[in-house]
Design a protein. Structure first.
Length: 644
C-alpha cells in the first residue's frame, strides 16, 4: 500500500513539473536616468542569475528621433567610471549611478549624434562590469547571452525592436571582455578596440572572431597596447585594421576615434598634414606608409591603472600538481605572484596523498602477514610491527599540517612574490632652466606667454582639457630634427633639435672629438604643451615655495629659450671612460669634482660660437636674445655673476 501511495505521489509531482510553470523572474523595472540633446539613458537592475562579473546595473542608450533600429552596439567599459582618476578607484558597490558616470565620461550624447549623422539607427547596450583587471576571463557564455536577451526584452518595452547587426566596442580593460565574448563564438559583425589591446587580448580575439572585422585604435606611445595590436594585425592582416593615434590620452582615444569606423575607408584616404583624417587628424593607418611619428621630447608616459595579465610558466611534468593560474594586475599597484607557493602546496598535497596510500597499503600487507603467520612468531612480530609503524607514520603524515603550524605558521602559508608594476610617470628629460626666467618679466608682456601670474597658471592647470582650444599651436613642432648623431655628438632619444642649431652643434662635436670627448644633448626644443606640463607637474600645486619660483626662477610657459629654438642643454662624456665629466643638476654644479669637465665643455662650446648662461653650466645658446650670457666664464663661480 505504501509503495503504491509513493508511486502516486511522485507521479503527481512529475505531472506538475511538466505542465505548470515554475517560479518566474519579474521583468526588470526601467528608469530614465538621464536625458540629453540626442539620447535617453535608461538603466535597470538585471534579473539574470549570475551577477559576479556582469553586475546587476545595466544601461540602454536610446537615440532620440529615430524610426527603427538597425544596429546594436555592445559597449564594454574599462576600469575608470569618471574623469577623475582618484574617484575611479572605487568600483563597489555596483549602482546605476556608475552607469550615469560612464555615460558622461564617454560623452555618449556626442557619440549618438555621430551615429545619427552617419545614418546609423543604433542602440547601445552597456553593462556595468566588475573590471578589476582581467576579471573578464571568467565571464561565461550564459552570462553574455542572458545580458543580451534581457537587454532586448527591456528595449522592446521602450520601442519596437527585432534582432539587428551587433557591433562590439571596448575601451581599455573592456578589450578582455570582448576577447571572452568572441571566445564563446557569440555573434558580431565588427569589433572596435579603443586602446584596449593588452597581453594577448586582441590577438586572441582575432583568432576567435571568425568573419568579424576588427579596428584597433591605439595611442602611439602606449607601451602596453602596441605589441598586442601588432600581433593581432600579424595574426589576421586581412581582418584587422590598426590605427595609431598621436598625442591622445587614454580616454580621448575612444572619444576622438569612435566615429571613424562609420566612414573608415573615406577618412583613411584623406590626409591632414602628417596624418590621415582619422581620430580628429591625429591618427594614421599602419601599413599606409605615413610620415614618421614624432614623440614630444619632454614626455615619456607609462599609463597607470592599465590591466596586465601574466601567463604562468609551462611546467609539463608538474602542471597537474602545481595548477598554476594566470596573474592579473594593474600598473601602479602591487601584484602578487603565488606560483612558487602554489607549487609548494601542490607538491605537499601530492606527497601527503601518496604517503597516505602507501601507509594504508603497508597496513594491509602487515595485517595479511599477521593473520597468516600461523605458528611463526617471526611473521607475527613482523606483521605487527609493519602495521604499527605504518599506522604511526599515517598519523604523523596526516598531522603534518598541525606540526608545521606549531613550528612556524609561515610554513603552512608560503608568501607570494610581490612586484610593483610601474605607475604613471611624466619623465622630464628637459632641464628646468634658471636661464629661461632671465628677463622673462619683460618678455611676458610682449610674447606668447600662456600664463603670466601664479593664479593664471593655476586656472590653466586645473582645466587641461581646454588647452587645445585656448592654444591651437600647443602641439606644433618647430622646424626640427630628431635625435641627431654626428662625430663627437649624440642626443637622447626623442630630443628635438631646431635645424638652425644643427651646424653649430656639429662644429662643437668635431672639436670635442678632437679632445677625446663627446657632447650629449639632453634637451632641445620644447613645445608649449611640454612647458605647460612642466609648470603644472613641477610647480603649480607643489606648495607656496615652489610656486613662487615661477617668474623669478622658472620662466612663464611660452617664454623659454628652448621653445624659441635658441637653446640646448648638454653634458660632456669622456670617451676613454664613457662617463660624464659634467652635471646638469643645479644642486651639484658647484661641486669641485665637476670643475675640470665644466671648463673643457665651455672651451669647446665657445670655440664653436656658443654662449653659456652664467648660472647654469649645461645651458648654451646660439645667437642669444637675453642678457646674462657669456663666452668668457669657464666654470661655475660667484665671480661669474649676472649684471645687476
Amino acid at each position: 500500500m505504501k509503495i503504491k501511495f509513493s508511486i502516486f505521489f511522485f507521479s503527481i509531482l512529475f505531472f506538475c513539473y511538466l505542465f505548470f510553470p515554475g517560479q518566474t523572474q519579474a521583468a526588470p523595472t526601467t528608469t530614465l536616468s538621464a536625458e540629453s540633446t540626442n539620447a535617453f539613458l535608461y538603466t535597470y537592475d538585471s534579473a539574470c542569475p549570475n551577477l559576479e562579473n556582469i553586475n546587476r546595473p545595466r544601461a540602454i542608450i536610446l537615440p532620440k528621433g529615430i524610426s527603427g533600429i538597425d544596429t546594436v552596439y555592445l559597449h564594454f567599459h574599462g576600469k575608470d567610471f569618471t574623469h577623475g582618476e582618484k574617484e575611479a578607484q572605487t568600483y563597489d558597490p555596483a549602482t546605476t549611478s556608475n552607469l550615469n558616470s560612464l555615460y558622461t565620461k564617454y560623452d555618449w550624447d556626442e557619440r549618438v549624434a555621430e551615429l545619427k549623422t552617419s545614418g546609423v539607427n543604433a542602440v547601445i547596450f552597456m553593462p556595468r562590469l566588475k573590471q578589476t583587471g582581467s576579471t573578464g576571463q571568467t565571464i561565461s557564455s550564459g552570462e553574455f547571452t542572458c545580458f543580451y536577451n534581457e537587454a532586448k526584452e527591456v528595449l522592446t518595452s521602450l520601442t519596437p525592436f527585432s534582432d539587428s547587426t551587433i557591433i562590439l566596442s571596448g575601451h581599455s580593460a573592456g578589450g578582455n571582455t570582448i576577447r571572452q565574448y568572441l571566445k564563446h563564438g557569440l555573434p558580431a559583425s565588427t569589433t572596435l578596440f579603443f586602446d584596449a589591446c593588452y597581453g594577448n587580448w586582441c590577438k586572441d580575439a582575432a583568432s576567435y572572431g571568425g568573419g568579424t572585422h576588427f579596428i584597433s585604435y591605439t595611442e602611439v606611445n602606449s607601451p602596453g597596447t602596441i605589441p598586442d595590436s601588432n600581433n593581432a594585425k600579424e595574426k589576421a592582416p586581412d581582418k584587422v585594421k590598426l590605427i595609431l593615434a598621436n598625442r591622445l590620452n587614454h580616454g580621448d582615444v575612444f572619444r576622438q576615434c569612435f566615429k571613424d569606423h562609420l566612414s573608415f575607408d573615406e577618412l583613411a584616404n584623406q590626409t591632414t598634414g602628417s596624418y590621415t583624417a582619422l581620430c580628429g587628424g591625429k591618427g594614421t593607418v599602419v601599413g599606409s606608409n605615413p610620415p614618421a611619428l614624432v614623440k614630444e621630447e619632454t614626455e615619456t608616459k607609462v599609463i597607470e591603472n592599465q590591466p596586465f595579465s601574466f601567463a604562468p610558466p609551462k611546467l609539463s611534468v608538474l602542471a597537474d600538481i602545481c595548477k598554476l593560474k594566470p596573474v592579473s594586475g594593474l600598473t601602479g599597484q602591487d601584484v602578487n605572484f603565488p606560483w612558487i607557493s602554489q607549487c609548494v602546496v601542490g607538491l605537499y598535497k601530492y606527497f601527503v596523498v601518496f604517503g597516505a596510500l602507501l601507509s594504508v597499503l603497508l597496513i594491509i600487507i602487515g595485517g595479511i602477514l599477521y593473520l597468516t603467520a600461523g605458528f611463526s612468531a617471526k611473521n607475527v612480530e613482523t606483521g605487527k610491527s609493519m602495521v604499527l609503524k605504518s599506522l604511526y607514520g599515517l598519523i604523523i603524515l596526516l598531522s603534518s599540517f598541525v606540526i608545521l603550524l606549531a613550528i612556524n605558521p609561515d610554513l603552512t602559508n608560503p608568501s607570494s612574490l610581490s612586484v610593483n608594476l610601474i605607475s604613471e610617470k611624466i619623465i622630464e628629460n628637459a632641464i628646468v632652466d634658471l636661464a629661461d626666467a632671465q628677463d622673462s618679466s619683460a618678455i611676458a608682456a610682449t610674447s606668447g606667454a600662456a600664463c603670466k601670474t601664479i593664479e593664471e597658471c593655476r586656472i590653466l592647470c586645473a582645466n587641461k582639457s581646454a588647452w587645445q582650444n585656448d592654444f591651437p599651436g600647443m602641439y606644433q613642432i618647430a622646424d626640427t630634427v630628431q635625435a641627431i648623431e654626428a662625430t663627437g655628438l649624440k642626443s637622447d632619444k626623442g630630443t628635438l633639435i631646431p635645424k638652425t642649431l644643427v651646424d653649430p652643434l656639429e662644429r662643437a662635436g668635431q672639436i670635442a672629438n678632437q679632445k677625446g670627448y663627446t657632447i650629449r644633448i639632453v634637451s632641445g626644443f620644447r613645445s608649449l604643451k611640454s612647458e605647460l606640463n612642466i609648470v603644472c607637474s613641477k610647480y603649480i600645486g607643489q606648495g607656496a615655495a615652489q610656486e613662487a619660483k615661477l617668474g623669478p626662477i622658472k620662466a612663464w610657459p611660452g617664454t623659454s629659450d628652448h621653445s624659441m629654438g635658441r637653446a640646448v642643454d648638454v653634458t660632456l662624456i669622456d670617451n676613454a671612460t664613457n662617463k660624464a665629466v659634467t652635471t646638469s643638476s643645479s644642486d651639484s654644479q658647484a661641486d669641485p669634482k665637476w670643475v675640470k669637465g665644466t671648463r673643457i665643455l665651455a672651451t669647446i662650446m665657445y670655440e664653436a660660437g656658443w654662449q653659456r648662461y652664467l648660472k647654469e653650466i649645461w645651458h648654451f645658446e646660439y645667437n642669444p636674445a637675453k642678457t646674462c650670457r657669456t663666452n668668457s666664464c669657464y666654470v661655475y663661480s660667484d665671480s661669474c655673476s649676472c649684471p645687476e
